[in-house]
Design a protein around this ligand. Structure first.
Ligand code: 5GP
Ligand code: ZN
Length: 130
């Protein structure tokens, strides 16, 4: 069983933020910011790309609701909603989860503007729209 399936089964303790028949949300054990929460399907599903549509919808619905609740509860000024797919993207647990990472303006939790990669935009555009 993967570590999140162990948590879902109750074999590993966690701080449960939300739970229903299909979805569990827990506090991240190693938070990038105060309130960093993980939202996952109870059914073992490797990642966002291989997940079925119903599972994606269930997890995104809960992520949507919780993001608003967490931001308000903690007085955050923004929030990153992220799901990593594959080792190259930093996925370390192969069980689909969305990260809710509240942002406070003065933290360095995550940045999309640090490492800019030179890209041939015309070539990439042609490939993804072929
Ligand atoms: P990933 O790197 O796969 O996108 O995210 C996995 C996340 O799960 C990490 O942020 C990590 O801190 C968290 N995590 C790993 N093991 C545990 C655990 O046993 N309990 C909790 N609550 N979070 C965990
Ligand atoms: Zn699992």
């Amino acid at each position: 069983m993967c570590v999140f399936c162990e948590i879902i089964a109750g074999n590993i303790p966690s701080r449960k933020v939300y739970e229903d028949e299909h979805v569990l949300a827990i506090m991240d054990i190693n938070p990038l910011s105060a309130g960093h929460t993980l939202v996952m399907p109870k059914k073992h599903t490797e990642d966002f790309i291989t997940a079925d549509t119903e599972t994606v919808h269930q997890v995104i619905d809960v992520t949507h609701t919780l993001a608003e609740r967490i931001v308000k509860a903690l007085g955050a000024q923004g929030v990153n909603i992220v799901t990593n797919v594959g080792e190259a993207a930093g996925q370390s647990v192969s069980h689909l989860h969305f990260h809710i990472i509240p942002r406070y303006g003065n933290d360095a939790a995550l940045s999309f503007h640090e490492a800019e990669t030179p890209v041939d935009l015309d070539d990439v555009f042609a490939k993804i729209t072929a």
